[in-house]
Write a protein that binds this ligand. Structure first.
Ligand SMILES: [Zn+2]
Length: 420
């Protein structure tokens, strides 16, 4: 093994690639920035920045525009922006109630997007993959341009995922046990680009941390759900997934030993008290129309309907009971509500805070704030895109060397696989 230290040429190449990475990360996360802004944010010299940006412009990942008039003294500095078409990912989202696909460009630009409702209940892997391929086909048909620089595929799924190969070990609300989602999607969509599969709550957390309510929060807990309830955790600025990616399953923490049987087989899991089905049942309603049932309940709550408000209040109490234990264990700075909890936050926020006051140790209680997310239903989809962008962000140099022929071939393969 040759150490990097022993090889000056190799070392400077490693440094060059790391510097390209910090520039692309900065632009991807924060959007257009002046050259002098990049100098400040990356700590690189002006001349180094000039050379590296030249490479990135030639490789199509960034574009440089005329200087913005900043009203500050000195020579105006050209503005550098991420080039959305320069690196595009396909993001897929498998929820219990819906499926979605999107092309997302560098900088997090949503280029095109389609979401369809699906009937609540169990479904085979084959049926879901077939539906996803159809969605991708729809996107391909109307935005051929977007597949030109496809760099990866990111997938969010409402289940417990092994990151290494995208095996879904459990997705109780889909009826899945040990389903090879990553492999099947690779066969259906093409194995010329890498497919990354993650849990939807982990990916929602990633999206809120990068572009949403939790930007800059180093210790953050994201709670999301519809029928099931999941959690995503950012610890020391990094996603926490456990040994194999199974971590963060807060929906299956026991909160009520006398409660209902959970889809996982245990009794009284948190999601049996705070999931969509229980909220509807508390309000005396049956769930038959999927997402529309919760829409109707929230419309009634907004109109002041007492059973709807009482159901939400009781749900808020159980949200607080479960959250208090998590805050005591994890000491997060921020708790962000996504999905269903983002939508009901206006009704349950004060009740959750009161439960936390009652049940949390004083020191972590003082440090934590509970807020609604800002990315809405698309947080997992946006997080899946971030997962797929990671290789480009980590080493953009690899993508600068792709010839036009490679890119066109990738697009053709993606389209052919989708059509086949
Ligand atoms: Zn459970």
């Amino acid at each position: 093994v040759t150490s990097v230290r022993d090889e000056p040429g190799l070392r400077s190449e490693t440094i060059r690639r790391a510097n390209l990475s910090s520039i692309v990360r900065e632009l991807h996360a924060n959007g257009p920035m002046s050259r002098s802004g990049l100098v400040r944010r990356t700590g690189l010299t002006r001349s180094a920045i000039r050379g590296l940006i030249g490479e990135l412009v030639a490789g199509g990942l960034v574009a440089e525009g005329p200087a913005a008039l900043l009203g500050t003294p000195g020579r105006p500095s050209p503005v550098v922006r991420p080039q959305p078409d320069g690196a595009v990912v396909l993001a897929l989202d498998i929820e219990v109630d819906s499926l979605a696909a999107a092309f997302i460009g560098l900088g997090g630009h949503l280029l095109d997007h389609v979401r369809i409702d699906r009937p609540r209940g169990h479904s085979t892997l084959t049926a879901i993959v077939t539906d996803l391929v159809e969605l991708v086909d729809t996107l391909n048909a109307r935005s051929e341009r977007a597949t030109r620089a496809l760099v990866g595929i990111g997938v969010a799924v409402a289940g417990v995922v092994r990151r290494a190969d995208g095996l879904v070990s459990r997705a109780p609300n889909l009826g899945w046990t040990d389903q090879p989602l990553g492999d099947r999607l690779a066969r259906a969509l093409g194995d010329d680009v890498q497919i990354y599969v993650g849990n939807e709550a982990d990916l929602g957390a990633l999206a809120e941390a990068r572009r949403g309510a939790a930007v800059g929060a180093d210790h953050m807990l994201f709670i999301t759900g519809e029928v099931g309830v999941g959690g995503g955790l950012i610890v020391d600025g990094r996603p926490f997934t456990g040994v194999a990616g199974y971590g963060g399953e807060v929906g299956h923490v026991a909160v009520n030993p006398d409660g209902l049987e959970c889809s996982c087989g245990a009794i009284g899991c948190w999601e049996t008290e705070v999931g969509a089905m229980r909220i509807l049942r508390r309000a005396g309603r049956t769930a038959v129309r999927g997402r529309a049932d919760i829409d109707a309940l929230l419309a009634d709550a907004a109109a002041g309907e007492p059973t709807a408000l009482a159901a939400l209040a009781e749900t808020g109490r159980w949200v607080g009971i479960g959250l208090a234990g998590l805050v005591n264990v994890l000491n997060p700075r921020l708790v962000v509500f996504g999905g269903l909890f983002e939508r009901i936050h206006p009704y349950i926020g004060p009740i959750v805070d009161a439960e936390l006051d009652r049940r949390t140790l004083p020191a972590p209680r003082r440090l934590v704030r509970v807020v609604a997310g800002v990315l809405g239903a698309e947080a997992p989809l946006l997080g899946a895109a971030e997962l797929a962008f990671e290789p480009v962000l980590a080493d953009p140099a690899l993508w600068l060397n792709r010839s036009d022929v490679d890119i066109v071939e990738t697009a053709k393969i993606a389209v052919r696989r989708v059509v086949a």
